[in-house]
Design a protein around this ligand. Sequence first.
Ligand SMILES: [Fe+2]
Length: 250
Amino acid sequence: MKIGVINDTHNWYQDEPSGTRKCSYAVQWLDEVLNQPEMQNLDQLLFLGDIVHDYNDSSDGTTYFAQIKNKANEYYPNDKICWCLGNHDFFGDMTVEQVVSALGMPSNYYYRDVGYIRFIILDAQYNTDDTHRQNTTYSFGHIPESELNWLEQTLASTEYNAIIGVHQLLAETSMSDNKYFSSNPSNARIDNRVEVRQIIEKYKDKVLYVLQGHSHFDRASIINGVLYMQFGSLVDTWSPEKKRTRILTV
Ligand SMILES: [Fe+2]
């Protein structure tokens, strides 16, 4: 099985005012990534959150989500794409239901069995009181009690191997040399990650790896027998000179 990973497209009408993230190139660069020979004939394509960068209202936001979704669907139908939600996907006035609908997701968190692999996509875009975020500028992740229970059941109820996708970090990767999080590493992480990891560790013989976005750089670590990988963002690591794709084969 061949799995492609793309994260942090940060689609927006302009580059970030600080000049760091090239948001206005998102659709063009996505097209270039998906055109690469190694990105053809994927069994699944994972988008690990921050599909968009910013927006005002639902009509504005729907446009930016649709631009990325429509470009991805030129290459793969939605049943071959696992969309995962990121913090920036709620940097505007859309509800979680509106964002789920805009991307054609089955739900905000869900699983999909493909071959003998269970893809489990988490949603960490919750407030600490377990309500869903909307119109926020928060960066750190939080996973509510109900989703933790669902994760446990979803891992327990399969004999397949599992691949887990989530936007913010469950790992403890050092952020000291990170462009966005060196001054506040807790903004890169999920606040109740230890609790989430304890569930995953109970099923570590099934879990192939945990895939994360958000940090915008490539790192990997093993914690208590579980492999955590995080990936460089499209918005920072793609350019005509730096053609970097991320493919996993199982
Ligand atoms: Fe991001």
